[in-house]
Structure formats: C-alpha cells, structure tokens
Design a protein around this ligand. Structure first.
Ligand SMILES: Nc1ncnc2c1ncn2[C@@H]1O[C@H](COP(=O)(O)OP(=O)(O)OP(=O)(O)O)[C@@H](O)[C@H]1O
Ligand SMILES: [Mg+2]
Length: 617
C-alpha cells in the first residue's frame, strides 16, 4: 500500500515539478526556522533573561536584538508557510482539474457498450470524489517532506549540542513517527468505510428524489425513509468510530512530545550540573521538542490519506485505461453529396455484453438482412423487446454488429470517419434527451453553418414551429433540466428538429413521435418524405406502431425475437402475417381506448395542407 501510494505521489510530483519545488522550499524554510527559533529562544533565555535576573537589570540593547531576531524569524516563517500553502493548493487543485477533464473526455470517447455497463452514479463519483481522493494527500505532502528534512536537521543540531540530549531525541522522534503510522493504519479503513457510506447515503437520497413520483403514488414514503435512515445510521456509526480513534490517538500524539520535553529537562539538568551544557542549550532543546510536535503530524496526514488516494486513483485509472472498442475508419463520404443515402444490413447478428463477464450474452439479433434504398422509407415493426432499438443503434454505429455488416452507400460503417458518420446518419432516440439550454442551442448544437433559418425549417418539418413560436421567448426560451418545461410530445419534436437541422442523408426514427398526436405523427412523416415540399433529402428508417404512420412507408420489416419474420408493404403483411396484424390492431385498439379522454398535449399544429393520410381498410 505504501509503495503504491508513494508511486501515486511520485506521479503528482512528476506532473507538477516546479510548483512542488516551490511548496517544498517553503516548507523546508519553515522547518529550518522552527529549529532556528528554538535556538533563538534558548539564547534569549540563557544570554539575556538569566543574566538580567542575576543582575537585577535588563540590558536594552540585548533585549532589542532578541526581539528583532524573533520578529525576523516570524516574518520568514510567514513567507515559508505562504509558499508551502500556495504551492500545495495550486498543485492539488491543478491536478484535480486536469484529471477531471481527462476523465470526462474519456467518457465521451468510450463506446455506448461501455456506458451501458457502468452506472451513472459511478461515473459521477469517478469524475468527482475519486479524482479528489486521488490527489488529497497532495495538500499535506510538501509540509511532510519539509518536516522530514527538519527532523534530520533537528537531530543533527541535537548532536552538535549534546550527545545525551540527542539520544532523547532519537528515542522520541521515531516513537512519534511510529505512533503516527499506527494511527493512520487504524484510521484508513475507518475513513474508507465512511467514504463509501457517504456515497451510498447520497445515492439513496438521489434515487428517492429522482423517483419521488413513484414513491408518492405508491405510498412508499415510510419505507424509503427507513431505507435512508438505516444507511444514514451506518454512516453515523462509522463517523463516530473515526472520532473515537481520534480521541484515543490525538492525546497520545500531544503527550509524547511533552514527555520528551520532560526527559530533556531531567537529562539536561543532570548534564548542566556536569557542566556539559549551558542554560541556553537546555532551553533551546526543551523548546525544540515542543515546537516539533505539530509538524511531525503532517507525515501522519499524508500516510492516513494514502489508502484513499490509491483507491481513488485505481478507479480513475479504470476509466482512463478503458479501451474504446470502436475505432473509426478513414473513409469519408463526399460531404457535397446531398442525395439520400442507402442503408444496408447484411446478415447482422448482435448480442449485448452480459452484466457479469462470466454470463453468456444472449443473442438479440440474428441474420438480419434488409435495405433502405436511397430516398425510401422503411418501417420497422415488432413487439416490444424484438430488437428494433438495437437495429436503430447499429444503423448509426452506436454499437457494432458481432456478425455481418452494416453499410452506408456501400461502405461498411466501421470504415467511415466519425465526421462522415455523424454528417450522414442521424438517430432520433426512443427517449428524447434535451439539454438545459435554449431551444435554439438544443437544435443547432453549435454545429457550424446552422442558422436560425435552418432551425426554423427543421422545426417546421418536425411540426414544432407552432409551439416554439408561442413560447414566451421563442428560440431563446430556456427549456429547463431535461426539458422539464416541455410536454413529452414537444420534447420529442425538439429532438427530431435537432436531427433534421444537421441535414442527414439517413434519418433513423426510433419510435420518435410516440408521444405526438397520431395525426401530427403522420403529418411529420409525410412532410419528411416530400423533399419537393422542403423535406430533407433523406432515406428514413422508422420504428412505428401506428397504422397511419406505417402505411406511409414504402416497405415494412416485421421483426420477432431479433429475426426478420416478414417484409412487404403494410397491406401485404396485414393480409398474410397474423402476428403483424394482431400487433398493429391491438396497438390501434389500445390507443383508441386511451383517447376517450382528451390527451393533455399542447396545441396541435395544423396539418400540412392537402395532406391525405391514407389509412387502409
Ligand atoms: N443495454 C442492454 N443490455 C442488455 N440487454 C439489452 C440492452 N438493451 C436491450 N437489451 C435487450 O435486447 C433486446 C432487444 O431490445 P431493444 O431495445 O432493441 O427492443 P425494442 O424492439 O426496441 O423494444 P421496445 O419496443 O420496447 O422499444 C431485449 O430483449 C432487451 O432486453
Ligand atoms: Mg426500443
């Protein structure tokens, strides 16, 4: 543990060598002055005070000199403390900031499959408390290094003064050091436990607040409170045990130097009588023992923090060393090409990685083959859990297939550059995500060349221009955390507009309009399919349930248990595939029942003029 802890500290020093040098210089200056102050105090007592008492009068010049020396030492000590604290603070917080940045950058580089295996709470604590814990011992480190130098100096000066007193020092200082080591050894697991419980307590609180709706409607307040109270109680006990240990060791650490001083006085008095030392020497050494006690504890602080630092560092390293299994290729698709793209799945198989490594990953997709020809709309229909979202994720390369290939315009998506992928295919996910920002920022996402006109055009296509225009500040309206100030349907249309604003050549809609009124949903899809009327020049893969929406597709792929069961037009499938007919009809029935009450959606934008939604049978 000590070796690993020191290697973490070594890394910190290698990364910030100059600041560390400043801090240690300040600390060594301070240590030297602590020793010097002891000898000055000794000199003041031995050479000024004692003669003055003997004479009955005080020499003003000697007193002024003594006062000046003490004052000068104090000023220099202030400089030393300033340098040490400033250096330590700079070093600690710079390292924290640098590693926070590295960790969050790594998160964004890592593939979706990695994120699916790692809980959000863990990621948050990696970037926050783990980074902090890793660099926590940096704060007392310069002090501790300076103290070690000071202890060596102190013992050397003791030997210069008198060997008998030096032996007392040789007994007391290592004992003090050992006591600190024992203290930190005992303290470390208690601190670690308290740290873990802190995270758990806040985790439970977070979950209860997050799920407040469920907790309230299910009447689980008492149970949730009890669950929280149990963990809070454990944290209390852990902290009390920390306090108890502190209560035992702190007095010992305070007392040991005092015992040292006592021993110095006893041994010193003896040596004084022998004439081996002077009063000045005796007072200096006795004073030295009292002022050394505090700095020695800095070594204990560093040792106490090392286990936590190593644990934090290990967790940070796990993120930094995680490998992205999805390197991008180097093939670019012509950016000037604005025609719809062709998407092809050839014999695609896929399995999610199991939650635990030793379990087998269950196959989610097998032998999936289909094409979305340029400019066409293909609907993906299937019961819940049949693999529709997985196909959507594969189409925009959020994940890679285990067998077979996914290609865009004939190029395997694994060979495309990141920019080509993002510029060609856009996914509107099943669960809309909205940033806590303005409507404009949410749609444009700072992409170059996306003007307000483009934003409005995208909003019109997403049938969202009506409600955005009615917002108090239009495009500048803040939408709140996760878009809380918007309805579910409004949020969905905002994310659709976001995808459209990038002028994708392939649009993948994963149930992206489920919370929108059925008429509006059909209108959106009809608008997207009409490039002449301002629609995007995009091929569309759409996951849908509603008959009116599906009927707009050129082809329907019907999926069951991750396999393509049937394909054809909506009318053909309805006539020939029983499972398909059941699913579509059941969904329609459920919606019809649900619509007995008016849905609480926002105002419905007027349907695109002249739109005929063809509903068969
Ligand atoms: N991250 C994941 N890890 C493990 N298994 C997953 C993961 N995501 C989905 N699955 C599993 O993969 C299968 C297909 O899921 P998928 O989300 O593609 O279904 P879907 O057709 O989109 O369903 P829905 O209509 O409910 O959205 C399901 O059995 C699901 O349990
Ligand atoms: Mg899905």
């Amino acid at each position: 543990m000590l070796r690993r802890g020191l290697s973490v500290l070594g890394r910190a020093i290698r990364e910030q060598p100059r600041i560390f040098a400043v801090a240690v210089s300040g600390s060594v200056l301070f240590g030297g002055l602590v020793i010097a102050s002891a000898y000055v105090v000794g000199a003041v007592v031995g050479d000024v005070v004692v003669p003055a008492i003997a004479r009955g009068s005080v020499g003003v010049a000697a007193l002024a000199l003594a006062a000046g020396a003490l004052f000068g030492i104090s000023v220099l000590r202030v400089v030393g403390i300033f340098g040490r604290r400033l250096g330590a603070g700079y070093m600690q917080f710079r390292l924290q900031a640098a590693y926070r940045r590295q960790v969050t950058r790594r998160y964004l580089e890592l593939p979706l499959s990695w994120h699916q295996r790692n809980a959000t709470g863990t990621l948050l604590s990696n970037a926050n408390s783990d980074v902090e814990a890793a660099w926590y011992p940096i704060a007392p480190l310069p002090f501790a290094v300076g103290t070690v130098v000071m202890l060596v100096g102190a013992i050397a000066s003791l030997f210069v003064t008198d060997w008998a007193l030096a032996l007392v020092g040789l007994a007391v200082f290592p004992a003090l050091f050992a006591l600190n080591v024992i203290y930190s050894r005992r303290m470390a697991p208690r601190q670690a436990r308290a740290q873990r419980l802190r995270a758990e307590v806040s985790g439970i609180a977070h979950e209860s607040f997050d799920g407040a709706l469920v907790v309230k409607t299910m009447g689980r307040e008492a149970q949730e409170t009890a669950r929280f109270a149990a963990r809070a109680g454990e944290l209390r006990d852990a902290l009390i045990s920390v306090g108890r240990l502190r209560g035992v060791f702190d007095p010992m650490l305070e007392t040991l130097p005092s015992l040292g001083t006592l021993a110095v006085l006893v041994v010193g008095a003896f040596r004084l009588r022998q004439g081996a030392i002077t009063v000045t020497d005796l007072v200096s050494v006795a004073f030295l023992f009292t002022v050394l006690a505090f700095p020695v504890r800095a070594i204990g602080w560093v040792l106490a923090e090392l286990p936590r630092s190593v644990a934090g560092w290990d967790r940070v390293r796990r993120v930094l060393d995680a490998t992205g299994e999805m390197p991008y290729g180097d093939v670019t698709l012509d950016p000037a090409d604005l025609t719809p793209a062709t998407l092809a799945f050839a014999d695609v198989g896929f399995a999610y990685e199991p939650a635990e490594a030793h379990l087998p990953g269950a196959e989610v997709l097998g032998e999936v083959t289909f094409t979305v020809p340029a400019g066409r709309t293909v609907a993906l229909v299937g019961p819940t859990g049949s693999g529709k979202s997985t196909i959507a994720a594969l189409a925009v390369r959020l994940v890679d297939p285990h067998t077979g290939t996914v290609s865009l315009d004939g190029v395997d998506v694994r060979r495309l550059t990141a920019a080509s992928l993002a510029g060609t295919a856009a996914l509107v996910a099943q669960v809309p995500f909205v940033f806590d920002d303005t409507v404009r920022a949410n749609i444009a996402l700072d992409r170059p060349g996306v003007t307000d006109d483009d934003v409005w055009a995208a909003l019109r296509l997403a049938e969202a221009d009506g409600f955005v225009a009615a917002l108090p500040e239009g495009l500048d309206t803040m939408v709140g955390e996760r878009g809380t100030s918007l309805s579910g349907g409004q949020r969905q249309r905002l994310t659709l507009a976001r995808a459209l604003a990038g002028r994708p050549r392939l649009l993948v809609l994963d149930d992206a309009t489920s919370a929108v009124d059925p008429r509006v949903e059909a209108a959106i899809l009809a608008g997207l399919r009409a490039p002449a009327a301002g629609g995007p020049a995009a091929s569309i893969l759409v996951v849908a349930y509603r008959r009116a929406t599906i009927a707009l597709a050129d082809e329907v792929i019907y999926l069951e248990h991750g396999r393509v069961v049937a394909r054809g037009t909506h009318a053909e499938l309805l006539a020939t595939v029983a499972g398909y007919a059941d699913l579509v009809t059941a969904y329609e029935q459920a919606e019809a029942d649900g619509e007995q009450q008016p849905r609480p959606y926002d105002e419905v934008a007027p349907l695109t003029s002249g739109l005929e939604v063809e509903v068969d049978r």
